[in-house]
Structure formats: C-alpha cells, structure tokens
Design a binder for this molecule. Structure first.
Ligand code: GLC
Length: 753
C-alpha cells in the first residue's frame, strides 16, 4: 500500500485538477466567473464568502425551542440574500423553504448568484449509520462509500448541496470526545475511509443533483489536542504532522473533495484558521487544492480568544490572508472585509481569489446551470428511510460490531434463551445515533429491546429492566434488575456512554463506565449468571472490574437507526462478528494518549523480561486491554508464520508476504487479515508496528486460505527530518496476523539502491 509521498503530492496536483472538474481539465480562469467578479461590489464579494445558520430551515428540534425563531430569522436571511450579502446557509433542510430562499437569490438579488446549502451530514441524514469510528471497525472502506452515497441521496433530496464531512482527524487520545467521528488512530485506515467517504458523498460527477460536496475536516491535527481536551493547543513535530495527521486530508482531496474546513486548534502557536502554512503553502502550493476553505464555526472570530488577533477586524484579515475563503457563522467577512479592502489591509486580489474559488465550486456543483438542483419535491417525498437505506444501516451496524471477548463460546445465544436485558440503553432510542445526527428521524430507531425481543422464540423470554440511568441511580433499580436476573439464563448489560457524553466538547478525564453503571454491572456479576456486555460508546473505554471480567463483550459504538436489529443479528449468530478495533482499548485511562503505532523507546517492556525500570506505569503495563485490530469471530482463526517470496526486497522490486489462515472452528467466520511491518533501524526512531495492508476473508469451518500481500519500497517509506518521504535500506520485521498484539514475525531486507 503506497504511503502518501511528496512526489505523489505534486503529481496529485494535476490529478486534483482533473478530478475537481469531473474529469474535464480545470480552466484556471472561467469567463463566466471572471465576468461576475468584474461586476461585484466588495460587499457582494464578502457576501459570497459569508455562510450563516439556516435559521429558516433548522431541524424541527431547534424550532420547537422558540416558534418565532424561524420567521424572525428567516426574514432577516432573505433580506441579506436579496442584498447580495449572504452566499450560503447551513444546517437547515427542506425543499419548499429552500426553493423560496434560492428564488430570492437567483431572481431578486442584483447578480442572481445561487446559494449553497450545507449541513453536518456526518453519518447519515434521516437514516443514521454507525458513527465514523464504529464504521471504521468494519475495516471495509467500500461500506463507508456506500453509506456516504446513501446519505447523499437522502440529504440532496432535502435541499442540501454540501456536507461538513468526512471528519478525517486521526485520534490517538480517547479522552477526546470527537474520536467518535473519525476512523480511529491509524493513518492508513484514516486515508482509506477518507477517500471512500468522499467518493460516496460526491458520487461520479459533482454536478449530479444527487452529489453532495464533501468537506474533509478539521484541517489540521485537531485530534492531537493536548491531554485529549477539546479545543486545546496542539504541540506537534512537523514529522508527525506530515506522517500521521495530514495524509487523510490529502487522500480526501485526491478523491476529489472540493472544500475543507479549518480547525479550532492552534498548532505550535499558530491557529489552524490563520495558518498560511497549512491553508496556502501545503493545501494550495504543495497539493494543488482548487476548492475552498470554510472556517469551522466562528474559528475566525476565535483568533481573538487565541490571542492571535487583536480584534474581530484583525481576525478577519488574518483568516482571509491565511487562506480561509469562507467565514461560517461569525459574519466577520461581511462586516469587515469591505473596510479592510478600503484601507488596503487586505488586497482586493485576495478577496477575488476566494470568491473565485467559491464560485468555481458552485459552478462545479451545477448550481449555475440549475439553482434548484437538490430542491425537487418529488425526491423529497420518496427518498427518506427507504427499505434499502435501512437495510444498509443494519448491514453497517452488524459489520461495525467488535466481539472483544467470548469466554467459553457463550455467544451466539439460542433464541430460546431466557434473557434479562438490563441497563440504561436496554430499551433506549434517544441514544442510538450518538453525536452529529441532527437530521435523524427519531421515530424509527430500533432499540435493543425491540431488536432482541423480535428474535426470541418460545420457551425463550426477554425481561427488560433499566437498573440505572446513564449517569445517575434509579431508586430500587438494582433490586429490580436482580429480580429480572433471577429468572434468566443469561444477562445482557446495555451500558456505556450516552450520546451527550460523546462528540464535540465531550472530553473526559476518565474513559470509564459511569459509576452508577459500574455498580449495576458489579451487582449483576455477583449473581453468578453469565454476563454479556453490550458496550455503547463513542471511543475506546478503560473497562474495569466486572465489566472487564464479563464472559462476553461486544463493542457496539453508536450504531444508528437499526441498532437493535444489528446487535440481534450478531447476538443470535445470524452473522458472525467481523469488526476489528480501529482504536486501542487501554487498561487504564491514565495510559492515554495510547496507540499501537508508538515509537519503541530505549526501555521497551519485553515479554519474559523484568519490567523493572521499563517504559510502563506503577499501576499497569503499557499494553492494551484490547489492542488495535483486535476482534473475535464465531470461528477459531489460526495463523501460520508468514513467509516471504525472497529474503531481500530489491530497491525497485516487490516481494510477496504470505500466510496460511485457517478457521479451525465450527462456524463460518469473516477474518480481517492484517499486514504489519517494523523498521528495525532507521535515521528516525520508528513505530514498533505499522499497519500496511488488510484483507477481509470469509472462511468456512475447517477452511484454510493463503493470504498474500505485495510489499514494495513505497510501503516502507516514512517522513524524514527534512519532511520528504524516504525509505532506508535495512532489515524489517513483518507480520500477517489478527491484531497489533498477535502473530509471529518474519524478516526481510530492503536492498540499497
Ligand atoms: C462545529 C464542528 C464542526 C461542524 C460545524 C458546523 O463546531 O466543529 O465539525 O461541522 O461546527 O456545525
């Protein structure tokens, strides 16, 4: 799997140009656009660079808060659009109101430039799919492309042109609540899912009315916030920035994404939303990006709070000049750009360049050809929650579930079992979707109780008891749970994080079960009945006590609309679990930031050696409770030691690394076979392990398969001190195995040039 390289970056510029225009060569200047710019006042230009909340079409949940909200703000928005002071709206949906707004823009304003409508369609629209982290556990980028495509079909049917997704931030610290939104801790997985989601959202041609403009976010390194605290500063070496955090963005742009969102965080003292290095030097000059950059919600205004801009006006200047083309929510550009241009603080040419990019993307979307694309009442009436979309949500849910433990083969359960389903999520629909599902149709979510209950066959029975709330006790709740457990053969504990505990501004100091839930788990374990943990979360958790010691544990993330059915499909063995961890589960919260591809240190803990004076903690080894890539099946998967087609990899050659994989179990299984390497000696210390490829294989009971990966020098490159990708001759270890903490290595040598 070739790593992202500088050479590719330059080559990518041309590819980007071709991709950006649906395969046609990109015209650097477009006569229609230049003609418009030539007519626009500086205020109309600032208007095209202004994006405000779609107060007229906010989801019903917002309007219920203040019924007058829509009309008051709706009329204000229409006046701003009519005056040419507003070029786009976000987080509203609905065709009728969208048509009205678009009519104002294209018939009542002076230059009749169509509006762009954006929203957070991150993991589904009305039909909700697993959160990004959960879907990444499928290790199936094609699945992510399909769910993004399905989300685009729903969202464009409801008047949207643009999604603020995919979220492509690498997350190595699970205290950070936004780990939920991305693809986890690994850069290869991050790159592949970023690419797949962009392709799904944008479809084959951006000007297709069913295509949704993608916006990989948050540029860049937002996941590296200090101590996992959201919005915190980022201190990061350039080498790690280029090797770990930037590649998913570049992959998204190579896949054709034509917008991106600048982050809230600063990097080494420079706020991302004022970083000329990121938003111009890297994005434009190195990568040849032709789309536009939008600020993250008021991240331009926040330059004042960062202590980087002295006031709003200065913030607008710094953001625009750094490369933030469009200002979201703050209104800083419409308020200050005319004055900044008038006094020469911002050259008109810089404003024109941003307007050019925005108009280029609006044209690429087909909005000038058909301003009412994505505003078709017929599609709105027929596209929501179709059986196919719901079936896809259920499939994605199944494939996202990770079986962490299954002692004694407790799972799958018989449908005739007597089951006690206990916990705050047992019969819950309010927390199925997790963070960033603002358009979810909450009338249709399938709870665990509903999904599991539908599968019980006589004489089986299902008893459902809450036992406690998410973060508080219920008087008598544990006693009620104990009563239910007494009559049961097996206890299912539906525990974990509520939706409000995950996502933006939900960093946690301890990534554990809330205390009242832990108490419930301990009480249930004390009954001696077999316990299955159905773990709902937006991150890795440090499971302890009876939760860690349960016979079986399923990581179920937030699975979305079809949660209950997807969990039941796995619980009763209709499908063998195939998910694998995209993040490492630590023993203790204190190990965070914790990730598998860490550097080795001078005192690594070695198996079988004293752990005195080694890189670990007093309280725990710095190993994973459940490692990256881990996941069990209902089979019994065995790996032979890998072999290499030759002991030496020629500088410009290829070797094949193979291993026989066998299902020694009694049930069919789907295994994610993983390829890892370790560069034993290099000019920079290298990670102890790096994922370089994976392949899902389905194995019948007793079946063996020889799985082979082709490895070239490109797979061995890393970012050197001069920030240029480099491969260095020498010895490498290589594994083919089922997780980052299993398998036996073999070695090969990369020959010199
Ligand atoms: C939020 C998030 C961003 C989202 C934007 C618009 O603060 O950081 O991911 O797309 O605002 O809702």
């Amino acid at each position: 799997m070739p790593a992202a390289t500088r050479r590719e970056m330059m080559g990518g510029a041309m590819m980007l140009a071709m991709l950006a225009w649906g395969g046609r060569a990109l015209a650097d200047s477009d006569s229609m656009i230049e003609g418009l710019i030539g007519q626009m006042s500086v205020e109309e230009k600032a208007g095209q660079l202004t994006l405000m909340g779609d107060l007229l079409r906010l989801p019903e949940t917002f309007a219920q808060v203040n019924p007058g909200y829509r009309e008051t703000n709706g009329q204000k928005a229409e006046a701003e659009i009519r005056a040419g002071r507003l070029g786009g709206l976000f987080n509203g949906a609905g065709v009728a109101a969208g048509r009205r707004l678009q009519k104002v823009a294209t018939e009542e304003s002076r230059l009749k430039i169509p509006l762009i409508f954006g929203a957070d369609v991150v993991h589904g629209f009305h039909t909700v799919f697993p959160i990004g982290l959960g879907e990444a556990a499928s290790f199936e980028p094609e699945l992510a492309r399909r769910t993004a495509r399905a989300a685009a079909l729903e969202a464009t049917a409801f008047g949207l042109h643009w999604t603020f997704a995919p979220m492509v931030d690498i997350a190595r610290d699970q205290r950070w609540g936004r780990a939920a939104e991305g693809a986890g801790e690994d850069t290869l997985l991050g790159r592949l899912f970023a690419e797949a989601r962009v392709k799904g959202f944008q479809g084959n041609a951006l000007n297709d009315p069913d295509s949704l403009l993608a916006c990989p976010k948050h540029m860049a390194a937002y996941g590296a916030v200090g101590a996992g605290m959201d919005y915190n500063s980022v201190e990061l070496s350039d080498q790690t920035l280029y090797e770990v955090y930037l590649p998913p963005f570049r992959q998204a742009f190579l896949a054709g994404a034509l917008s991106t969102m600048s982050g809230f965080n600063d990097i080494n003292g420079v706020p991302a939303s004022a970083s000329k290095r990121l938003l111009t030097d890297v994005l434009r000059r190195q990568w040849g990006f032709k789309g536009f950059v939008v600020s993250d919600y008021e991240s331009d205004l926040e330059l004042v709070a960062h202590g980087y801009a002295k006031d709003e006006r200065d913030a607008a200047r710094l953001a625009l000049l750094a490369g933030v083309d469009m200002s979201m929510a703050s209104g800083l550009y419409i308020k200050h750009l005319p004055g900044l241009v008038a006094d020469g603080s911002v050259p008109m040419s810089a404003v024109d360049e941003s307007v050019r990019r925005v108009l280029f993307v609006k044209k690429a979307l087909g909005l000038f050809d058909d301003p009412y694309r994505s505003l078709d009442p017929q599609k709105e009436a027929t596209r929501s929650l179709t059986p196919a979309t719901r079936a896809l949500s259920r499939e994605a849910g199944r494939k996202s579930i990770v079986l962490l433990k299954n002692d004694g083969g407790l799972l799958p359960l018989a449908r005739t079992s007597r089951i006690a389903l206990i916990g705050p999520f047992a019969d819950d629909v309010a927390n199925l979707n997790g963070p960033w599902a603002p358009f979810a149709d909450r009338r249709v979510g399938v709870s665990l109780a509903e999904g599991i209950g539908a599968r019980i066959q006589g004489p089986g029975e299902l008893t459902v008891v809450k036992g406690c709330d998410i973060e508080s006790p219920i008087p008598g709740g544990i006693d009620q749970a104990l009563a239910a457990a007494r009559g049961a053969e097996v206890i299912l504990l539906a525990v974990g994080e509520g939706a409000a505990m995950s996502g933006e501004a939900q960093s946690r100091t301890a990534i554990v079960l809330p205390p009242d839930q832990q108490a419930l788990v301990e009480a249930m374990a004390a009954t001696g009945k077999p316990v299955v943990i159905l773990l709902r979360s937006g991150r890795a958790l440090a499971l302890g006590g009876a939760a860690r010691n349960a016979r079986a544990i399923l990581a179920t993330w937030f699975l979305g609309t079809e949660t209950g059915n997807a969990v039941a499909d796995i619980l009763f063995g209709d499908t063998s679990p195939s998910g694998r961890l995209p993040v490492s589960f630590p023993f203790e919260s204190g190990q965070e930031p914790f990730y598998y591809n860490h550097r080795g240190t001078g005192r690594p803990e070695e198996a079988g050696q004293s752990s005195e004076y080694k890189a670990r903690y007093r309280e725990t080894s710095n190993a994973a409770l459940f490692p990256f890539g881990h996941g069990l099946t209902y089979g019994d998967i065995r790996y032979d030691k890998p072999t290499v087609s030759a002991p030496t990899l020629p500088w410009d050659g290829t070797i094949r690394v193979s291993a026989k994989v066998t299902n020694a179990g009694k049930r069919e299984a789907e295994e994610v076979v993983q390829l890892y390497i370790h560069d034993k000696v290099a000019s920079l210390t290298r990670p102890v392990l790096e994922l370089k490829g994976f392949e899902k294989v389905r194995l019948k009971p007793g079946e063996s398969r020889l799985v082979t990966f082709a490895v070239t020098r490109r797979d061995l490159e890393f970012i050197g001190e001069d920030l240029v990708p480099v491969a260095e001759p020498g010895e490498f270890e290589v594994w083919i195995c089922g997780s980052a903490a299993s398998g036996v290595a073999t070695t090969f040598t990369l020959a010199s040039q």
